[in-house]
Design a protein around this ligand. Sequence first.
Ligand SMILES: O=C(O)[C@H](O)COP(=O)(O)O
Ligand SMILES: [Mg+2]
Length: 428
Amino acid sequence: MRRDYIDTGYSPKDTDFICEFHIEPSAGVNFEEAATHMAGESSIDSWTEIATLSPELAARLKPHVFYVDEDAQTVRVAYSEELFELYSVPQVLSAVAGNILSMKIVDNLRLQDIAFPKSMLREFKGPGFGLPGIRKLTGVQDRPLIGTIVKPKVGLTSEKHAEVAYNSFAGGCDLVKDDENLTDQKFNKFEKRAELTLKLAEKAESETGERKMYLCNITAPTCKEMIRRMNILKDLGASYAMIDIVPVGWTALQTLREEAGDAGLALHAHRCMHSAYTRNPRHGISMLVVAKLCRLIGLDQLHIGTVVGKMHGEKHEVLSLRDECVLDNVPADESQHVLAQDWGGLKPMFPVASGGLAPTMIPDLYTIFGRDVIMQFGGGIHAHPMGTAAGATACRQALEASLEGVSLQEYAKNHRELEAAINKWLKK
Ligand SMILES: O=C(O)[C@H](O)COP(=O)(O)O
Ligand SMILES: [Mg+2]
């Protein structure tokens, strides 16, 4: 073996990057040997002893595997901040989640968490609006926000899309967003959809006296085009842009965050495709790392799972994500592979629960998430037996019932939209 990076006597410095990894060595490979190779490959070293790496350089920049728990298949590595370009999420990931995930020496390897040092936090602005800013923008201070995704996912014309959005707003939605695969298709062009939907959002605002937000998806083939679409939204008076964060990539997100700051737009992060590398609990990158990078870069709200809906994600995992979105100081939680993180004043993100939710799940969602959550219903609104507006109204009624601590059945006695929702989704 080359240099040994196991150093359990090392006390990490405040300036170090700390990463926790799950490691499963391949057959015949010793755990510490796998950890050493992984630590070297993610920082300064190669597969064999290299003559160009002087002892002085190695001493200055070597990684320290300071925590080893072979039974739990866990190691923690401290990396010198000198190894990183501090304002570059892509560079950091190329190191600590790069080649190492492909090495034959491990059968499985997963980056569970990264604790960022203050020097990196200082390089980033974090969310421009964040949770408090979104509350101010929407004028809703004391309850979860209710949103919808226009359905069908794709296929509606721009006119029909705007009409469905209007009915959702009129029925009680605070937010209406595009679906992740709706961008600029022939039947529903971005600019026309944005213009018509924002116009009807304004109409719904004057009719209901509530703020109504349209989250138009700017996901596009190039950063240039996404910035163009962002500027269209700004010129149309929008407050938000929505992005499919994993398909567009980290460089795009850092670029868009800079542009959104100039445009004064809040950013909604849809995490579609994250499971390609987050779902396998033994390999890849955790969703926790994805969420932390989003907060660092400065997205304002992020899909984190629902617990009770259609997407995978156990309650404890989803709540760890929620805490990482909202807390100023996240405590370490060994059982969930969460490292302590002081966010250094970066604003909290608004957590979003979306995917397979019905109005009848609102009491459970409220119990799980509390007030600081955006609850989104696609099918749960547009499949309501009395139509989209009634679906949105049923959501607001179910939320009112939850806030008042009244059962849905009791509340439904005087609220027919909720009654219809119960008949569809609770009674078989
Ligand atoms: O984008 C989303 O979050 C999903 O499309 C939600 O849609 P659903 O509520 O119909 O599952
Ligand atoms: Mg969707």
